[in-house]
Each structure stands twice: as C-alpha cells, then as structure tokens.
Design a protein around this ligand. Structure first.
Ligand SMILES: *Cc1c(COP(=O)(O)O)cnc(C)c1O
Length: 439
C-alpha cells in the first residue's frame, strides 16, 4: 500500500504549512480566527475509503453537516461523491455548489412539508424516513406533486456505538429511526402508499466511533432484514451510515507517516481498510448497492482553526493562554469535551515550554480549548493552529457574545483562496430591527 499521510499539515522550517502554503501567509492576508482546509487531505481520505471498500458496489454520500461550505461540496462532487443531507438548507447548498441532488439522500427526524416538496422537485435519490407519520407526510406531498417519492427507512439496530452520549444515535432510547422489530410492518405500510417507491434500508449508529465492533454488530443485526426486503420489496441499496472516527491526539506528529497503521494494534483507530475488510464479507452476499455516509472522516483531519494569542495571563499557580478564537468558533471542546491538539504556527525549539489552559475570550468557563496543556511559550500577537477542526467546526459556529463568524480558506497545493469571507458587524445585525413601539 502506498504511504498515506493522514493529512497535509506539517512544519517546513519553523513554519507550519498546509500542503505548500505557509499558514503565516494566510494569517497575514485574512486574519484570525480562520479555518483552513486542505483539499488534498479531503481527496486522500475520500480515495482511501473508496479503495478500502473496493470489493463492494459502494457509493459515498458525504454527510454535509460536518462541513457544508459550498467549495467543499463542489470538491467532493468533483471526486465523485453524492451527499447525505439533513435539511432544506443543506439541499440548497448542494444546488448552490452547482451540483444536482439526484445522488443525494435526505435524512433527519423532522422534515417539513416545504423541505419534502423541494427535495421531490429537485429529484432527490431517496428520503431516509425516520417514522410512520413522516412516511404519511411524504406520501401526501408526493401525491400533490403527482410523483412517486423514493424512500428507505432508517432502522435503529439498538447498538451502543461506545461514543460520546451526545453523538450516539443507534440505541433504542435515541430519537432516531424505527425499531428493528417494527421494520417489517413499516415497509408493508409503505408498500400500500400509492405515492411511495421503496428503494432501500438505512442505519446510522453514531459519530466518532473508534472501534469496528459496533458497526459489525449493527450490520449483522440488519443484514437479515435487508435480505428479506430485497425479496419482498425489491430494494436496491443498504445504507450503513457514517460515524467512522478520526485521530485527534497527536494529529500533527503523524503528518508524514501513515498514522493509522503505525499505531499499536490495540489503540489503532478504524482505518478504511479495516472498515472495508470487516464489513465487506457481511455486505457482499446481500447483492445490494452499499451507501456510506461519512462526514467527520472525510473532513475532520483536513481542517485547522488558526487563532492569534491575545494574552499570556499568569494566574495563581496557573497560566492562561487567551486566544482570539472561542467556543463560538469551535464548540467541540465545550460541547463534547473533545481533545484538539494545539500547536504554534511558528515553532521555536529554543523557547521554554509552559503549561497553560488555552482559552477563548467568551464569558463562560466552558470556553476552554485545552486544560493544563504543554505548549511552547507564546506571546501576544503570535499564532496557533487548533488541529483536526475540519469537521463540526465551522458548521457549528455561532455568534455568541456578538462575535462575527470566522473566515474559511481552502488550500490546493501552492494555491489558496478565501471560501468564506469573515462576517462583518453590518451583516451580523442585518436582520435585526427596533420596532416602532420602542421608538
Ligand atoms: C451526521 C450523520 C452522518 C455523518 O456522521 P459522521 O460521524 O460525521 O460520519 C451520517 N449519516 C447521518 C444520517 C447523519 O445524521
């Protein structure tokens, strides 16, 4: 197997680069906080997953919610991906990226009538239906439009993904999908709907899975159902969802090596090869098209958040490195207690290391990217990169504390371009209004 670097962020001389671009140049042009993405890293992960699933008739639907910038969507469409979308807004993003939605699937527990209509009008590949009331609504909207709506039910296999509680979706207690023992009846009901065309079956058990076992367990649980549905309803595909975890710890050190395979076996994360090798023997005999919906895996290691040091505050027995990025820009540490490696943009091995809490300026104790972290001493005006921030970073950003949304930059070899302008104050308050009765 060819050497595959997990991402294309590495020091060249003292300066951190993304592909051939010195990130100091990005900071100089566009300021901070700024997300920077590597097109080569996204393509590398995509292509490696395609080959990992080599023995299967597999199709990748990139889960947009991980990173929905239209340039990122266009990049994945150019690579051959379809999309997994969860809202009308995401559907419109696919169209805005200049891509049709005929290879995209529409998931989510609360699809509105307007969203269903838009998806039918733009010829979505299929709806992933999460309840019988939703089936009835889709049937109704399709009838009004005089079309047949393609569907698959999301079936909840009741498997513990062993991941963070907020991103576990495949347990019976979660709001997602229909229970396995109700699936047969749900499909029978769908078969009776005049405006529904049954196309497949779907599962998605959670996010950031670092062990293959829950995937295997869930596929084993659903495979007999998929075989029955193929017989009874002539389904075409089995979507096994997303959820493949990525490496957050020591992400940078791993740059030039094949991180995955250089890890000891007992702590090795899921690789595209182990994923494919474990699932292909279970899936291949079904003779179905296999859809897979990775989000984080394709973009997580492909992005960093660049930030400027505002202060080094020496507290009582504690140092605080105060950044200009905050929980509103990257909420994962506050929301999921997640780890992100944080490194200086300019490495200076002659400087002492300090131990510090690396925090943002937002008025919340939870606005903390890292606690008691060892990092090279940095002073005001210098910069850091928060690694592995390409997934659920910018898409979860907010304006909390009236901070403007960050800029986004895409790197491709030696080229880079702004793919989202930093928000300014005028656009931040553009929709706000003081009513006449207050004047
Ligand atoms: C969020 C989501 C995904 C992607 O999950 P990742 O962990 O980012 O791979 C896939 N399918 C569905 C239905 C989702 O909701």
């Amino acid at each position: 197997m060819a050497l595959f670097s997990m991402h294309h962020f590495a020091y060249a001389g003292p300066n951190l680069h993304c592909e051939s671009v010195d990130l100091a140049a990005v900071v100089q042009l566009y300021g901070t906080p700024t997300y920077v993405y590597s097109a080569a890293t996204m393509a590398g992960h995509y292509n490696r997953l395609v080959s990992g699933l080599g023995g299967l008739d597999a199709h990748i639907c990139y889960a947009i919610k991980a990173n929905s910038n239209i340039a990122v969507l266009r990049h994945f469409a150019n690579l051959g991906a379809g999309f997994d979308l969860v809202s009308g807004g995401e559907l419109r993003r696919v169209l805005a990226a200049g891509v049709d939605v005929t290879r995209s699937v529409f998931a989510g527990v609360g699809k509105s009538e307007a969203e269903i209509r838009l998806a039918l009008e733009t010829r979505i590949h299929a709806f992933h239906v999460e309840s019988e009331p939703e089936l009835i609504r889709i049937n109704h909207v399709a009838g009004k439009l005089g079309v047949k709506a393609p569907i698959a039910f999301r079936v909840n296999p009741d498997v513990d993904a062993g991941t963070h509680a907020k991103i576990t979706t495949g347990k019976a207690a979660n709001k997602f999908g229909i229970p396995l023992d109700k699936a047969g009846a749900a499909y029978a009901a769908a078969a009776k709907c005049p405006n529904i065309a049954i196309r497949g079956v779907q599962m998605h058990i959670g996010s950031q899975l670092t062990s293959i076992a829950p995937f295997v367990e869930a596929v084993k649980k659903l495979a007999p159902l998929a075989a029955t549905l193929k017989q009874r309803h002539n389904i075409e595909y089995f979507s096994i969802g997303g959820g493949i975890g990525i490496v957050y710890k020591d992400a940078l050190a791993s740059g030039p090596r094949d991180w995955w395979t250089s890890q000891p076996e007992d702590t090795r994360p899921i690789t595209p090869e182990t994923y494919g090798a474990a699932l292909a023997p279970l899936l291949k005999p079904l003779g179905l098209k296999i859809l897979i919906e990775p989000g984080r895996f394709l973009v997580g290691n492909a992005g960093v958040l660049l930030s400027q040091v505002e202060y080094l505050k020496r507290g009582q027995g504690k140092n605080f490195l105060v950044l200009d990025a905050a929980m509103n820009d990257l909420v994962r540490p506050a929301m999921y207690d997640s780890f992100h490696q944080i490194v200086p943009l300019r490495r200076d091995t002659t400087r002492p290391a300090i131990t510090a809490d690396i925090v943002g300026p937002v008025c919340e104790t939870g606005d903390c990217f890292a606690r008691d972290r060892d990092i090279q001493q940095l002073s005001e005006g210098e910069h850091v990169a928060i690694m592995s921030a390409g997934a659920y970073g910018c898409t979860m950003a907010s304006r909390y504390n009236s901070r403007c949304l960050p800029a986004e930059v895409l790197v491709h070899g030696a080229a880079f371009d702004l793919i989202k302008t930093r928000e300014n104050f005028a656009s931040q308050i553009a929709g706000e209004n003081i009513p006449a009765f207050l004047k």
